[in-house]
Design a protein around this ligand. Sequence first.
Ligand code: PLP
Length: 382
Amino acid sequence: MENVLPTYKYFDIEPIDGHDWHIIDANGKEYVDFTSGIGVCNLGYSNEQVKTAVGEQLNHIWHTSNLYINSMQDQVAGKLCPEGYLAFLCNSGTEANEAAFKIARKYTHKKKVLAFNYGFHGRTYGSLSLTGYEAIQSGFTPLVPGSEFAEYNDDKALDFIDEECAAVILEAIQGEGGVNVGNTEWLKKVEAKCHETNTLLIVDEVQAGMGRTGYKFAFEYAGLNPDIITCAKGLGNGLPVGAMLAKRELASAFGPGSHGNTFGGNKVVMAAANAVLNQMTPEFLNEVKLKGEYLFQELNTQLLPLSNVEKISGRGFMVGIHLSDSIDVAEVIKQLQEIGMLTISARANTLRLLPPLIMDKKTLEWGVQQIKNVLEKEVASC
Ligand SMILES: Cc1ncc(COP(=O)(O)O)c(C=O)c1O
């Protein structure tokens, strides 16, 4: 990678092909993928419905502009939005959060936005200003003024939510932050305080959404009713698409000329998103939920007793295996790669699993066994 800015630290693997939950690298080595390209290819690497839909669209027009009617956007928005919401289509998670930040300020005429430590919302200036990591913000100041940060899952956060607040933004499960599951009671208290103070609640579903927890949106497990929902990643199963969904009454703040982009809702990515949403049936989601429960049962029985595992967190197909200081997560990832399994990390020495939602129980069980083997070997060598 000689001609690309060094913003990423690469593993020494070049995936060049894939099918289902398998990835094949440039040397012909096959890996079982427990990452889905960081929660993106939820339906695997060879989903026929997505392939057919995109292929058919490529035979027609690929791109027009948002100056013309695009009924494919309307169809996708209709399938994606819960009742009473309208969508703004864009290309990524950070753009969805930018749109959320903007509509919240414009609608409420307020400036302050509360976000959470170790919440991750993206890297453009607005969403970076809401991303609770000093290390990620470092060097890019001044950021967009008005953001404040509180501790996730902590009642003290409620004191930050007042009449000055335009919005609170949170993930129902913090992904990058270490797969921290929002406590249902706490999330409900945050929502209630938002209502009390005319503050909008934005739930960032970029990583935890699109079926990953066995719900279309992860916040459903807590019974939340956000004012704004943001999504991306799994929505296009690998094609770049994001969306900001806002309650219908917010539409007055996003009239013509207020916001926009060139590519958002492009016909090719809409074909992919439509095919993804067609497959997000109650039966499919229920199957993810059941397989997820099985996965957690396996994780808890196989890994939790190990001395180098401190905690297992997550829901459905979103897993954090919190390792003790005696072992470096990077070393575990490396050893798993050697035996043909791809995983990623999250903050605080956490091994993160985001398997494609189509993965079968046998493979999930195999993956847990591989992790166990690596962790046991490390214990033995200590
Ligand atoms: C919860 C969450 N929000 C936003 C983003 C940013 O999305 P993108 O990388 O598509 O801009 C991410 C990316 O990891 C994420 O996990």
